[in-house]
Design a protein around this ligand. Structure first.
Ligand SMILES: NC(=O)c1ccc[n+]([C@@H]2O[C@H](COP(=O)([O-])OP(=O)(O)OC[C@H]3O[C@@H](n4cnc5c(N)ncnc54)[C@H](OP(=O)(O)O)[C@@H]3O)[C@@H](O)[C@H]2O)c1
Length: 246
């Protein structure tokens, strides 16, 4: 259980982040629901959590902006006096084959998906170090583990998340701070919704368990990693992909 813990979930207005926020709150954590543009959707998540007896507030912040992340973490510490769980979930795609990929599409995906996680960790870690505790959970992807044609930018960012996770785990471990990554497979959200049915069927055929994943499949693992039950796990990448890659 996560009573008395304060958690920041980035990109929690929709999809996987939304479900992680709701699950952490359901286990007793006070949750900061971060979003970039979807203020109303983030407010809906907050209302849902409150209606179910939990504590939450929304916080708009573009995680690719270093200074804004400093402000967000600073305000959380000022209000709650602590931060226990940081889930770096915010992510975007700008898919396309490498030969046609613009510099902008490459940079944008790296800025949000990889630098965004650096930004929040960079600012939160000083408080984690003072507290001598904290759980950092970074959302990578099966694409970062094994690569994916048409996603050179996204795969590079998600592989970078794995390197970031392992390095920061080594830097912060002696102070009782755990840093782990989750590598989801194909999960039903807005991100994957746009894919043609035929392409979805093709992906499904690669999944050992024979079904597309749900945000709840990821949220349960995130809640476990945030809990004291996972306090001896760090530097790990946990694949939650129905057996797509092993
Ligand atoms: N779905 C999958 O199959 C899958 C598989 C592997 C990994 N993942 C990873 O899981 C994470 C969540 O994916 P999802 O499928 O739930 O995506 P999604 O439904 O598209 O939701 C993305 C979330 O990220 C937020 N976001 C985007 N850019 C942001 C920024 N610059 N600053 C702050 N928040 C930002 C969005 O906020 P707004 O609503 O305000 O735009 C939204 O809450 C991502 O890191 C993704 O790469 C997903």
């Amino acid at each position: 259980m996560l009573q008395n813990k304060v958690a920041l979930v980035t990109g929690a207005s929709r999809g996987i982040g939304r479900e992680i926020a709701i699950t952490l709150a359901g286990q007793g954590a006070t949750v900061i629901v971060n979003y970039q543009g979807s203020k109303e959707k983030a407010e809906d998540v907050v209302s849902f959590i409150k209606e179910n007896g939990g504590c939450a507030e929304s916080f708009g912040c573009d995680v690719s902006n270093f200074e804004l992340c400093a402000e967000m973490i600073g305000q959380i510490i000022e209000k709650y006096g602590r931060l226990d769980v940081l889930v770096n979930n915010a992510g975007i795609t700008r898919d396309g084959l490498l030969m046609k990929m613009s510099e902008e599409d490459f940079s944008k995906v790296i800025d949000v998906n990889l630098k965004g996680a650096f930004n929040t960790i960079r600012h939160a870690s000083r408080y984690f170090l003072k507290q001598r505790s904290g759980s950092i959970i970074n959302i990578s992807s099966v694409s970062g583990v094994s690569g994916n044609a048409g996603q050179a930018n996204y795969s590079a960012a998600k592989a970078g998340i794995i390197g970031l996770t392992k390095s920061v785990a080594k830097e912060l471990g002696s102070r009782g701070i755990t840093v782990n990554a989750i590598a989801p497979g194909f999960i039903e959200t807005d991100m994957t919704d746009a894919m043609p049915e035929k392409a979805k069927e093709a992906v499904k055929s690669q999944i050992t368990l024979g079904r597309i994943g749900t945000p709840a499949d990821i949220a349960g693992v995130a809640a476990f990693l945030a809990s004291d039950a996972a306090s001896y796990i760090t530097g790990q990448v946990i694949s939650v992909d129905g057996g797509m890659v092993f």
